[in-house]
Design a protein around this ligand. Sequence first.
Ligand code: 13P
Ligand code: SF4
Length: 379
Amino acid sequence: MNLTLQPPPKHELAPYKALENQELQTRIEAARNVLGDQLLILGHHYQQDEVIEHADLRGDSYQLSQLAADNSTCRYIVFCGVHFMAETADILANRPEKIAERNGQRVTVILPDLSAGCSMADMAAIQQVEDAWEELGEVIDTEDITPVTYINSAASLKAFCGKHGGVVCTSSNAPAVLEWAFKQKRRVLFFPDQHLGRNTSLKMGITNAEMPVWDPYADERGGNSIETLEASRVILWKGHCSVHQMFRPEHVANFREQIPDIQILVHPEVPQEVNDLADISGSTGKIIDVVKKAPAGTKWAIGTELHLVNRLKKEHPEQEIHFLSPVLCMCATMYRIDLAHLCWSLENLVDGQPVNVIEVDAETSRWSQIALKRMLEIK
Ligand code: 13P
Ligand code: SF4
């Protein structure tokens, strides 16, 4: 939710789109020099090479949340990532204790292109979630459920989890968070990525029969019988990532047939049929780490966003790296952050007119902080 009424930008965007990359790069660096350590540019691993080169710090969603939560010097965070990441940075960087440390000053968080959303996050609208909670309450005791949301969700859903004794997770800490959730209550309602919820829970010994899927568009009870819901341990929201959904078991089979000593490395947003066949599954941070530490000559087929896989190929010529799918799976919304938008947002900032400011309203922020702080405390 962005409640700040923003004045018109000093510089219009259109002329930036006509500039050559080299000029944009030079001007981005000049703006960074002017802003110095007041500015922190954060970049997610799925960003294009030419953009992420300008990031002060890169990371997966968990690492980026920690960086936003811990920073004490910056006044502006420019987030090269997607909307939920910028919202999370705003919530964490502007916790009351951090604002007090800065003598009352807020950190301004900027998303260079406001249309950089996440289609998975959009699959769990807060009204659908509230309705589901109420409907579930007619069948099972909601006091018995810990709501857990993947960080890929709107701030309003994080706030819902905060209010109902729940928590946020990322792809790197989902097992630990689910363990925590089960210590609180008997059941979990997991949003919005059914695949991350299922892949993680299966590894904890929960069976598919105990994991019904809640379809927010179904006529009643999310498409489930009363008995199914009563027998549930984890109720999975019917959401998915359109990028990771494209990886198929036959892609794994093809690579195993062609290159017998290949290792399959995937992100846990892939469907269960693919995750089950993989050698290793983990966050973008883990994928990078695993490849970095592997000996020369290791062969990989990697199932995650294209820009990251291509970067790994470039950075590790000593290893043989393949993209797991024959079709190109790229995150179109991450790709919306380009040099033109980055330069435009930085030059407006230099001229004292921040554009595309992401500011979560105080009430939503307060409840989201509870769910996010729980996550950061779980080790
Ligand atoms: P990571 O937290 O693993 O970087 O994942 C973020 C994401 O959006 C994956 O699709
Ligand atoms: Fe969202 Fe999928 Fe893009 Fe990640 S890759 S930001 S989950 S759409």
